[in-house]
Design a protein around this ligand. Structure first.
Ligand code: CAA
Length: 257
């Protein structure tokens, strides 16, 4: 598929998707949605890929959903097309997806970063849910995911005031896993993704599934789920290899990559 709003490349076992609408600060229109989902699904289905990185530019990861595209929509149009629901396909990708965020991650941009498995932020990153300033509210998961990431008080303040959060605050409150110098963002994210992609892929995918389960169920059910998946891992060649490598003091050669 020829893409017009994103760049897609592979670096070793890592798939890299770069949002590329510089004139609109990577605003997320319906074409971006279609292309990001198609590229992520293609990497997910590609046996030579073990992890995915999603990034934008130095100035903007994404400045939100495309306001110009949606401003004239009627309620019935938004309802009938179930506007924004297409992004759910992106959240169903089973391999790890890392968001590498520099510059603005606002509205849908912040929400897209939160759909990824974790966020590495450049020191110039700015996160926010400014929808209230447009007379609306977050529609791609912000009111739910931001609240789970940073807790009610800060999420409520962010969504009700539209204020932006700098990278340092985002790390302090758990929105991002860590902050790196802007010039090193992509290399850092690719290195982390490359490391993940060297592990046993089924073990990585099961781990992602288990951590995500923590957000969807009770603690007791989540712990039972974790234990059952953990037990199932003893059926993997890679469990035998990983543990043998440890006892033999050598590095593991995982077969299921
Ligand atoms: N949609 C459409 N176009 C956008 C856009 C967006 N979300 N954000 C920026 N652009 C466009 C601007 O209109 C401008 O285009 P023109 O040159 O044709 O005028 C271009 O990108 C550059 O933007 P600015 O000139 O505004 O750049 P700046 O550096 O002065 O300001 C900014 C940067 C503070 C991020 C500012 O662009 C801004 O406030 N953008 C909108 C942020 C926003 O409100 N996002 C939420 C969108 S709604 C949403 O996401 C709903 C949801 O829950 C999913």
């Amino acid at each position: 598929m020829a893409y017009e709003t994103i760049l897609v490349e592979t670096r070793g076992r890592v798939g890299l998707i770069t949002l590329n609408r510089p004139k609109a600060l990577n605003a997320l229109n319906s074409q971006v949605l279609e292309e990001v989902v198609a590229a992520a699904e293609a990497f997910d289905a590609n046996a030579r890929i073990g992890a995915i990185v999603l990034t934008g530019s130095q100035k903007a990861f994404a400045a939100g959903a495309d306001i110009k595209e949606m401003q004239a929509k009627s309620y019935v149009e938004a309802y009938m097309e179930d506007f924004f629901s297409g992004w759910e396909h992106f959240t169903r990708v089973r391999k790890p997806v890392i968001a590498a965020v520099a510059g603005y991650a606002l509205g849908g941009g912040c929400e897209l970063a939160m759909m990824c498995d974790f966020i590495i932020a450049a020191d110039n990153a700015k996160f926010g849910q400014p929808e209230i300033t447009l007379g609306v509210m977050p529609g791609m998961g912000g009111s739910q995911r931001l609240t789970r990431f940073v807790g009610k008080s800060k999420a409520m303040e962010m969504c009700l005031t539209g204020r932006m959060m700098e990278a340092e605050e985002a790390e302090r409150c758990g929105l991002v896993s860590r902050v790196v110098p802007a010039g090193e963002l992509i290399e850092e994210a690719l290195e982390v993704a490359g490391k993940i992609a060297e592990f046993s892929l089924p073990a990585v995918m099961m781990t992602k599934e288990a951590v995500n389960r923590a957000y969807e169920t009770t603690l007791a059910e989540g712990l039972r789920f974790e234990r059952r998946v953990f037990h199932s891992m003893f059926a993997l060649d890679d469990q035998k290899e990983g543990m043998a490598a440890f006892t033999e003091k050598r590095s593991a050669q995982f077969r299921n990559r």
